[in-house]
Ligand binder design. Structure first.
Ligand code: NAD
Length: 425
């Protein structure tokens, strides 16, 4: 199931800069801050060979883009997808800078990616790809410098391979001190409880805030989800627990619906086994357009960028779009949605739960502690609530969209830091 054709022509980084421009107009940072934010600080590109199971060798391209570290170590996910391009990773890295700034997390922004479709490779091949990529990144990552995490196409196992590879290069004395080089690890390798569901949980906390603001009850509310991976499936299962009905789901394999509400847990098990929602026999198969046109209260795009262009926005019949994915709405899509009166909770707010709990994992690794789920969830809820409030206030005061408001609040935080510290030398 491919994205809308016209959105293929968009350059994600250029789109991001346009969206940033609207925020810069509202907060007027100095010219030097504008210049600094217009490009990432470092762009690392590696081409590396990996032996396949059949003995042949393939060359892969990997990226680590470090956008900004004024607020703390670079932080951001690693994506495995055959769509990975330099502008995509640059945009995702920039979004991380603003996400951390908005949530008041002492991290900067980075993102990485390998151009590979993980579905076409065995586990042993993926392990070799991950270990070789980590090795080639070398000292460009580190627990006090740049800390990767999972993103599309990667998971806790990928992070454990990265951690183990990095640890083995750190020398016997330092091995355990560098466990925090990645977050989103398995619990056994030093991960945090609640990290697996954290992004989906954050999406739901953001929806809770929106529901409270609008005096809307989630009990019996209807929602749809695009993407049933880490973010989409956890958001769906948690919303269903709150009494909402998941009436349609779409992913790369197809789209399905059930007006009476899908069993979100059973669907997650099906996706794990079958690789996608297609073939789930307790639902009706629908088209991608029918998915976007499904009447609902809440639509959660949780797949990838540029999925909601003007075409999809015209079809959408929802009260709010909550961006679980990064950059799922094109500028034209956003224009149509806002003109129709559909609220948008922007990516850097809606999907910030992942980096929040990654931060908690990093702290736990530093202190050799393990927090419980109640502690992790309550800290996450409070942090998201306060960011949501700051965005709502800015948006109302300056009469701008929530996306512009979220970016503006984040830029203010970054530019305050540059004002205090100045430009070196
Ligand atoms: P994932 O790999 O676990 O799942 C991706 C999902 O998207 C799958 O269901 C896949 O079928 C679907 N998909 C891919 N291409 C599609 C297409 N063309 N049309 C429809 N569906 C498609 O990835 P994830 O970790 O859930 O990430 C999803 C999005 O959320 C990405 O934009 C990612 O950057 C963002 N995000 C992830 C995290 C995290 O903690 N994992 C945190 C913040 C933001």
């Amino acid at each position: 199931m491919s994205e809308h054709p016209s959105s293929n022509k968009l350059n994600f980084f250029e789109v991001h800069l346009d969206q940033l421009r609207a925020a810069l107009e509202k907060v007027s940072p100095t010219e030097s801050v504008r210049l600094i934010l217009s490009e990432p600080k470092n762009e690392v590109i590696v081409h590396f060979p990996v032996r396949m199971d059949d003995g042949s060798v393939k060359l892969f391209t990997g990226y680590r883009i470090q956008h900004n570290n004024i607020l703390g170590p670079y932080k951001g996910g690693i994506r495995y997808s055959d769509h990975v391009t330099l502008p995509e990773v640059k945009a995702l890295a920039a979004l991380m800078t603003y996400k951390c700034a908005l949530l008041d997390i002492p991290f900067g922004g980075a993102k990485g990616g390998v151009r590979i479709n993980p579905k076409n490779y065995s586990q042993t091949e993926l392990e070799r790809v991950t270990r070789r990529f980590t090795h080639d990144l070398g000292s460009n990552i580190g627990p006090e410098y740049d800390i990767p995490a999972p993103d599309m196409g990667t998971n806790a196992q990928t992070m454990v391979w990265m951690m183990d590879t990095y640890m083995n290069g750190a020398g016997a004395q330092n091995k355990n001190a560098v466990r925090g080089v990645v977050t989103g690890k398995t619990l056994g390798a030093g991960g945090s409880v609640g990290r697996d569901k954290a992004t989906g949980q954050g999406v739901v906390y953001a929806i809770d805030e929106w529901a409270e603001e609008k005096n809307f009850s989630l009990d019996g509310a209807r929602f749809t989800v695009q993407g049933y991976g880490n973010v989409g499936s956890h958001a769906a299962m948690l919303l269903a627990q709150a009494g909402a009905l998941c009436v349609a789901v779409c992913d790369h394999s197809g789209a399905i619906s059930d007006p009476a509400g899908l069993d979100t847990v059973e669907l997650a098990a099906h996706v794990k086994k079958a690789g996608g929602v297609a073939g789930y026999d307790k639902a009706t198969t629908i088209t991608r357009d029918e998915f976007f046109g499904t009447k609902c209260d809440i639509l959660i795009p949780a797949a990838m960028e540029f999925q909601i262009d003007a075409h999809e926005a015209n079809l959408i019949n929802a009260r709010v779009v909550v961006e679980g994915a990064n950059g799922p709405t094109t500028p034209r899509g956003e224009e149509v949605l806002l003109a129709k009166g559909v609220d948008i909770i922007p990516d850097i707010l809606a999907n910030a739960g992942g980096v929040c709990v990654s931060y908690y994992e990093w702290i736990q690794n530093k202190r050799s502690e393990s927090w419980n789920l109640r502690e992790v969830d309550s800290k996450l809820k409070e942090r998201l609530r306060s960011a949501y409030e700051r965005v709502r206030e800015f948006s109302e005061e300056h009469k701008v969209s929530r996306r512009t408001a979220a970016l503006a609040v984040a830029v203010l935080r970054v530019s305050d830091s540059y004002r205090e510290r100045g430009i070196f030398p």
